[in-house]
Design a protein around this ligand. Sequence first.
Ligand code: 2M8
Length: 458
Amino acid sequence: MSGDPQRAFETAADLAAEAVEVLRRNDLGGWTTAAPRLYPHQWSWDSAFIAIGLARVDTRRAMRELTTLFAAQWATGMVPHIVFNPYVPPGSYFPDADRWACTDLAAAAPSAPRTSGICQPPVHAIAARHIWSIAQRDGADAEGDARAVLADLYPRLLAWHRYLATARDPAGSGLVTIYHPWESGTDNAPRWDAAMASVAVGSLPPYTRVDLQHVADPGQRPTNDEYDRYLWLVEELKRARYDDAAIARTHPFLVQDVLFSAILVAANDALLAIAETVAAPDAEQQTIVSWRERGRAGLAARWDAELGLCLDFDLRAGAPVRTHTVAGFAPLVAGGLATDRLDALLTAFDSPAFAGHPALRWPLPPSTSPNDPGFRARSYWRGPTWPFLTWLFWWALARAGAHDRAERLRRAALDQIAAVGFAEYVEPFTGEPLGSADQSWTAAVALDWLAADDGGVA
Ligand code: 2M8
């Protein structure tokens, strides 16, 4: 980390100590809030990234983050995107468990804890393998405990991936269909604009937004029109009683999400390593390999040579989604690329359209390319840099063997966090911290980066 008078942290040790402190403050006993005020519940992919950081502090606690989440897994295998904290006062977050009404409507939902009715990208097997590899270096006790948890978690991870490979991909395309932009985790990215514009919003039960109370400027969050559409899709899912077959027939928003699908490919790679560790039957290991290969083929089919990016596919419109966002680098996350495709992706990643834009405060990929008409520098998923997503690309670059490139990304990312703290997201040109402060996954990835030597990945 280099000298800068406006730094929030002067040394790596200060930064690590405060990251641990943020995770400790957000720890509610076996699980971690995504952020103290804005997000007072357990979010699915946040917890996976949080576990990756916690592994650097305490591998047992890191595994517990995952087992707590998986205790809320649905009978279908789906891991819900929010597990609601029953102890927060009513009105702390919206939509709440009552609005989702999953326990009443969905036979597959657990009665407790209460959850949302959708999911998020499956980073969990990646996190579990990461914890396992660190636990193996931490001595026999840590390794033994981690092995026992892995044996328990493996069938749950397998059921989760099976759900995604079947209910979310009935045609066997290798790509995961999402029902809501919230499932992508990149909620109001321009990727979803056209599909959302086609959703006809009916009569919505009244609601009050809570999120706007926790940010300085409403422009940093989705608009009211976007929220109406989000809430309308929830009503549509309720009408289908969260039944995947019914949703596939009736739902107005069905998009094959390439970033989600690529994370599933990488997670299947991790699951395969876990299957070997727990000596899972050969047939299961072969099934996981087949999911991984089908996923890679599905992504290859969505490559747009003209844009040099991988594109989502809108099933309702029957057309690819031609936007310039970081999701276009999905094949990098999936891995297993031929050299020419890897080179094309690295060139696009470092181009002025993304991490090589000359006006960037740090050379980190903005969530949406500044060249995209939907780009907004301060608005949520429309442009800001997200540290946890930078981590995902750092990890993917290292896995692809691009170690120097990965190391440059890690250094720039740590410089960003040292300057602005554990912000949810960051304005890419000015470096202004945006959204929530003390966001757990930002603290978690900082810890992992600080612990990684020379770009090394656990
Ligand atoms: C954001 O999403 C939630 C809805 O799930 C929200 O805006 O209220 C997204 O950034 C999502 O990716 C993230 O998991 C969640 C919690 O950090 O916040």
